[in-house]
Design a protein around this ligand. Structure first.
Ligand code: C2E
Ligand code: CA
Ligand code: CA
Length: 570
């Protein structure tokens, strides 16, 4: 049993003195040599300060452990149990009692106790050599055995989780390292209990620890039955390792075993707790595998599993990892790109099918990344949306496009400008203000501005934003028409306001004439222009013209191009 500090609430006593007092009491209970507590406590308090400093200093300092071990022997506090009691006391209480939160403290504790035990053992050996008294020699022999035992216990404590007793991260690393050297393939399965934080909050700390012990037992049973290695990384994170697998399927089978083992409930019959886990799986050739890397990749798969609302496991896949990394890099660099104007606009003409005159130009975002080259808007627009950049972007786009369009206008006739706005942008109530400001700044006439929006954003009520943009004088085109679900009633309602055209998605160009004709009829019924997207050949142009389409857009009439090139088309 742990002893409580003598005066836990005495605010005149420092935490280090409380710790030293409890330590002294334990030593005196197991000591042969009569000593006064009053003499031991100050010594131990000095040692406590020394050990604490070694855990929190800039550098690890095993010499502190060495000094403490020697000091105990010199003070003749070297009975068999004294070492054990000291190691246990320091191991379990030093960090918590002194409130040590240094991030390296846990990792430093092991080597520190190692130095402590070694110095203690050396000290006891030295005394045994110099003293000849038989009786004391017997006592010392016992102490030396205790040193050995304490060393074993320390090793156990270093390699096992304190709650479940399963091998811990150090032991797992050692195991993976040996395994990588001697087996062909291996599987690693990292587990996280589902809703553990919630269960733990409901149960309290001690029952939560009991639950973790239970899971530990079930994992140990699995390991014994199936020749696996089970480890506990702390918290609710467990790992199973299997050697000699033949492919990813074996890792999935391993995870199935885990779920089976967790399937039956735990706790009192009246309030059983249903256990379940999410798993990150990795199965690969063992050659060249490094323990830390194996664990990192399996954990990566675990984060995928956790973010999956349906599946309970995920298998590590290099290409998915690469995609994650790319997304991460792009998201990191995007804000800078928007700030520095590295995002540019390309312009694509939309022409009348009767005379091929340009009726509008659509502005499309372009980004050339220094390392990844040209990145498609389909990739970076959703990222910009996720990091909340889109409306900053649209302000910048409107200013740039407005300036370009006004320049074209000076050389020819007014140019209608089409700008894409995503559904997320339309839900931001600050959008109309941003647009209004940019229009004021550039002097671009709002009645020449068309926002291309998807069916989804026009049929799910964004009424106030749409109305505010319409009030500025802008109009709307329904983009990618025919790919989403259509709410005709709502479409009819908004078509009476500021919607001017339906842009039929390029994917429908290859579909039946019946469908293409229906969409034209619908557009004209609502008094909207029908625009065919993605027209690449003269045949296609002739075909959509015959079906009644008014306008068309596609590489036949001009691919998206820099502003200067577009000017030539106008
Ligand atoms: P979208 O609005 O449907 O734009 C048309 C897309 O089709 C453009 O792709 C364009 O380059 C491509 N395209 C044009 N003509 C042809 C053709 O003849 N054949 C084929 N196969 N493709 C053609 P892009 O530039 O990669 O843009 C993809 C999508 O990204 C756009 O689809 C739009 O939804 C979105 N997007 C682009 N720029 C922005 C932006 O600034 N803001 C927002 N919110 N979305 C944007
Ligand atoms: Ca568009
Ligand atoms: Ca489109």
């Amino acid at each position: 049993m742990r002893q409580r500090p003598a005066h836990p609430l005495d605010d005149h006593e420092s935490p280090s003195r409380t710790f030293a007092r409890a330590w002294a009491q334990r030593l005196h209970e197991v000591s042969f040599v009569p000593r006064r507590l009053g003499r031991t406590i100050p010594l131990l308090q000095d040692l406590t300060a020394l050990l604490a400093a070694a855990l929190t200093g800039d550098e690890p300092d095993p010499a502190a452990g060495h000094h403490a071990g020697t000091a105990l022997v010199e003070a003749q506090l070297w009975s068999p149990a004294a070492l054990r009691a000291s190691v246990e006391h320091i191991h379990t209480r030093l960090r918590s009692d002194l409130g040590i939160t240094h991030p390296d403290a846990a990792d430093r504790l092991g080597p520190l106790l190692g130095a402590f035990t070694e110095a203690f053992a050396e000290g006891v050996r030295a005394v045994a050599l110099t003293e000849t008294d038989d009786l004391r020699r017997h006592e010392r022999a016992t102490a030396q055995r205790a040193v050995l035992q304490a060393e074993q216990e320390r090793q156990h404590a270093l390699l096992h989780d304190q709650v479940s007793g399963l091998p811990n991260r150090h032991a797992l690393t050692e195991h993976l390292t040996t395994l990588a050297a001697k087996s062909d393939r291996l599987a690693v399965c990292v587990l996280n209990l589902v809703r553990f934080a919630e269960i733990s909050d409901a149960l309290g700390t001690d029952p939560a620890d009991a639950l973790l012990r239970e899971v530990g037992l079930r994992m140990r049973d699995l390991a014994v039955t199936h020749g696996l290695f089970a480890a506990h990384l702390g918290g609710d994170e467990f790992v199973l390792v299997q050697a000699g697998t033949r492919g990813p399927d074996d890792a999935v089978k391993l995870f199935d075993l885990v779920r089976e083992a967790l399937a039956y409930p735990w706790g009192p019959a009246a309030h059983p707790v249903q256990l379940d886990a999410k798993g990150g799986l990795l199965e690969r050739a063992a050659t060249g595998a490094v323990a830390g890397e194996l664990l990192r990749t399996a954990k990566m798969a675990l984060t995928w599993a956790k973010s999956d609302p349906v599946g309970s496991y995920a298998m590590f896949e290099q290409h998915r990892h690469d995609a994650d990394r790319r997304r991460h890099t792009l998201s990191r660099d995007l804000p800078g790109a928007v700030r520095n104007g590295a995002l540019r606009l390309a312009y694509q003409p939309i022409v009348s099918l009767t005379d091929r005159r340009v009726v509008a130009v659509e502005a499309l975002a372009r980004w050339r990344h220094p390392d990844h080259g040209e990145v498609a808007p389909a990739e970076f627009i959703p990222l910009a949306e996720r990091i909340g950049l889109l409306n900053r972007l649209i302000g910048a786009q409107l200013r740039a496009a407005g300036r370009h369009a006004l320049k074209w206008q000076r050389t020819g006739r007014p140019v209608r400008l089409n700008l894409n706005v995503s559904t997320a942008q339309l839900t931001d109530p600050s959008l109309p203000a941003i647009v209004g400001e940019a229009l004021d700044e550039t002097g671009f006439p709002p009645d020449l501005l068309t926002f291309e929006v998807t069916e989804e954003s026009i049929t799910t009520p964004q009424a106030s934003t749409l109305a505010a943009l319409a009030a500025l004088g802008a109009s709307f085109a329904v983009d990618d028409f025919g790919t989403g679900y259509s709410n005709f009633a709502r479409l009819h309602e908004v078509s009476r306001t500021a919607v001017t055209s339906l842009k039929v998605d390029r994917s429908l160009l290859a579909s039946s004439d019946v469908l293409l004709t229906t969409l034209v009829t619908l557009a004209h019924g609502l008094r909207l222009h029908a625009v065919a997207e993605g027209v690449e050949t003269e045949d296609q142009a002739a075909h959509v013209r015959k079906l009644g389409y008014d306008h068309a857009q596609g590489i036949l009439f001009g691919a998206p191009a820099p502003p200067d090139e577009v000017a030539a088309l106008l």
